[in-house]
Design a protein around this ligand. Structure first.
Ligand code: PSU
Ligand code: MN
Length: 302
């Protein structure tokens, strides 16, 4: 184990006994949802993983130490805390050297998960290619990470605020397999269908486990995107959400929101504009992804 990583007692015990482990990120807690829904979600997601036979490992950086598995009080700190950095790959050395507290995005979580030996990770939606790329160059570091780090990311597709067709093209260029679970369509976070067909489809956790074994045993390093459609009861119709996303994008431009602030701003504004409906959808889909990730981890451990 890397000298920079601390395992929680629960995760250390899981490794010792060979129990399946699922990684979880912390940016969704500190920068993706408001308090107290973020804390309730973080706790519920961990329990969903336990209920499906695996051990949750929420990942973050505390005082420059890379934590794999958080204690309940640490989860609460990341939910309430202000001044917590948002860490992608580039920021990890700064957080370690300056002994900072930082929440990990998909890219940083994948790196720490791989170093700890965890290959399955659940989140809400990956980052991707932002809309209006020519005017506003913004491509999430999540995509580059998926191209090189061997962790499978269970998500409800790419976030709806993004350019989904361009995100899929970019993933193809990077050689990242994109699998839709039990459907032909690539999901779009709040909505069941993005209007894009997913390049690959698999229909059970066992099939996904076999796919991962084939990829990595053959020596093809890099990540995999597993697109799990959001639960229908809370998913939003595309027509209902598109208008609010457009308004949020215009506001972001007017207020000159840039860099790492863009995604948190858009998620927050869409939650306000939908009067909480998008947050409700986000919570339900993260939990749904955690359940599938646990089942895949269990299938891989067999
Ligand atoms: N999924 C969610 N909410 C989030 C995220 C994912 O439901 O807030 C986070 C992840 O940490 C992802 C990040 O890596 O959004 C993308 O940020 P950016 O576009 O700045 O790369
Ligand atoms: Mn960006």
């Amino acid at each position: 184990m890397s000298e920079f990583i601390d395992l929680s007692p629960e995760v250390a015990e899981a490794f010792a006994s060979g129990a399946p482990v699922v990684a979880l990120e912390s940016t969704i807690i500190s920068h993706g949802m408001p308090y107290p829904q973020n804390l309730e979600t973080a706790q519920a997601v961990e329990q969903d993983i336990r209920d499906n036979g695996a051990v949750p490992a929420t990942i973050a950086v505390i005082g420059g130490r890379c934590k794999v598995g958080l204690a309940p009080a640490e989860l609460e700190y990341f939910a309430k805390g202000s001044g917590i950095l948002k860490l992608s790959r580039r920021d990890i050395p700064y957080a370690i050297a300056k002994k900072c507290d930082g929440a990990t995005t998909v890219s940083a979580t994948m790196i720490l998960a791989e170093k700890a030996g965890i290959s399955i990770f659940a989140t809400g939606g990956i980052g991707g290619v932002h809309r209006d790329l020519a005017a506003n160059y913004d491509v999430s570091a999540d995509l580059t990470e998926l191209g090189q780090t061997s962790v499978a990311v269970v998500c409800a597709g790419a976030k709806a605020i993004l350019d989904i067709p361009m995100t899929l093209e970019h993933l193809e260029t990077l050689g990242v397999p994109v699998i839709a679970y039990n459907t032909d369509d690539f999901p779009a976070f709040y909505t069941v269908k993005s209007g894009q067909k997913a390049p690959l489809r698999l229909d059970s956790p066992e099939q996904i486990a076999d796919f991962l074994t084939a990829k990595w045993d053959f020596g093809l390093e890099g990540g995999v995107v597993i697109g799990n459609p959001p639960p229908a009861e809370t998913a939003l119709p595309r027509e209902a959400i598109e208008h609010f996303i457009d308004s949020a994008l215009i506001e972001a431009k007017e207020q000159n929101i840039q860099g790492r602030e863009v995604t948190p701003f858009l998620l927050k504004r869409v939650t306000e504009l939908t009067e909480g409906k998008s947050l409700e959808a986000n919570i339900a889909l993260v939990r749904n992804n955690a359940r599938l990730a646990a089942k895949i981890a269990v299938a891989r451990a067999k």
